[in-house]
Design a protein around this ligand. Structure first.
Ligand code: NDP
Length: 338
């Protein structure tokens, strides 16, 4: 049973050798065990996994604890049930949810897993558009941003797992949509494939405030925040009266010991802007509503989903580290088996 274990808690940017690819004995379901044995098909790389590579579990209601040294990492994945001692799961079921970074996983409490019922779409989608990132984009955009037709929407980390969906949802709502991303290739993807009205490479802009002013001469109504830091400071100066900022994440702050201070917060007051954080886990009860909404759009080709898939557990440490270097183009996944 090949696995990826945590060797040490990373300092700053995680490094590949903070993890190790190793093997454990073959797993089988013990007699009388009430859990299940999974074969993992796809593993998902998500920025929140950095927060679990610490000695103290971060607050925020994650349904799991931080990783322990010499134990497998964990995260979201798509898996097949190989054996089950749990009444709700049977051999052959396909599921998505939290699993370990191993070929096979023994899961004592499988209750949080969600069964996959629609298999006419790629299975990998259940770690992306049909999984946690999809629910994040759906809840964050529709619940927190209250979009109306014609509004101006800005999204950072726009080509990633969540951002690319928020942009497409905003277009479906009749908004004007601009995204920022960290390379020319990503900017082209946003404009050519994902239907954004405009996009820019934030690494090439000397003055982010001016870049946003150029893209939004009338200002921003909705900002979907994925990165924090300098981008947020520039956005605050470009917000319109009664704008909304959904704070999904701030990846620029995940590898620093102490968060950067953010300037320009007084803009919230003078412009009556609402800024609100959220956790997708609080919205999972809307999952079937989300599927009813998104599946027809996928089947009709009205929503695209860009994935960046590497193969095998040996590629897993580098794929995870790559999220914090912007190496991933679209949703970062590790394919283990069909
Ligand atoms: P992505 O697929 O977008 O991958 C991360 C991307 O972030 C990278 O590709 C890179 O893109 C960008 N990035 C990395 N480091 C920096 C930096 N220092 N400054 C600016 N950009 C950076 O990830 P997700 O779509 O999965 O996640 C996006 C955000 O959403 C994250 O903040 C994540 O924590 C958050 N999130 C929050 C959830 C919630 O419930 N609130 C749930 C899921 C995700 P680029 O090349 O464009 O720089």
């Amino acid at each position: 049973n090949k696995q990826v274990i945590l060797k040490r808690y990373p300092e700053g940017l995680p490094k590949e050798d903070d993890m190790e690819v190793t093997s454990s004995a073959k797993l089988k379901l013990p007699d009388g065990y009430g859990g299940i044995l999974l074969k993992n098909l796809y593993l998902s790389c998500d920025p929140f996994q950095r927060a679990l590579m610490r000695q103290v579990t971060p607050s925020g209601g994650a349904p799991f604890h931080c990783c322990t040294i010499d134990s497998p990492l964990f995260g979201y994945g798509v898996s097949k049930v190989l054996d089950s001692g749990h009444p709700d799961f049977k051999q052959g079921d396909l599921v998505w949810g939290i699993t370990t970074w191993e070929e096979y996983t023994l899961l004592p409490k499988p209750e949080t897993l969600i069964k996959i019922l629609h298999t006419d779409v790629p299975l990998s989608y259940y770690a992306g558009i049909l999984g946690m990132p999809g629910m994040t984009a759906y809840a964050g955009f529709y619940q927190l941003c209250n979009p109306t037709k014609g509004e101006n929407v800005f999204i950072s980390a726009a080509s990633g797992a969540v951002g690319q969906l928020v942009g497409q949802f905003a277009k479906l709502s009749g908004c004007y949509v601009v995204g920022s991303a960290g390379s020319k290739e990503k900017v082209e993807l946003l404009k050519e494939k994902l239907g954004f009205d405009d996009a820019f490479n934030y690494k090439e802009e000397k003055d982010l405030k001016a870049a946003l002013k150029r893209c939004f001469p009338q200002g921003i109504d909705i900002y979907f925040e994925n990165v924090g830091g300098k981008t947020l400071e520039a956005v605050l100066l470009n917000m319109r009266q009664f704008g909304r900022i959904a704070v999904c994440g701030m990846i620029s702050q995940y590898n620093v010991d102490e968060e950067e201070g953010v300037r320009n917060l007084m803009q919230l007051v003078s412009k009556r802007v609402r800024m609100e954080g959220f956790n997708c886990l609080d919205h999972l009860h809307k999952y079937s509503e989300y599927l009813d909404f998104v599946l027809p759009h996928i089947r009709q080709g009205k929503i695209a989903y860009v994935e960046d898939i590497v193969h095998g557990l040996d590629s897993a440490p580098s794929a995870l580290v790559g999220l914090f270097l912007g190496r991933n183009v679209g949703k970062q996944l590790i394919h283990l088996s069909d």
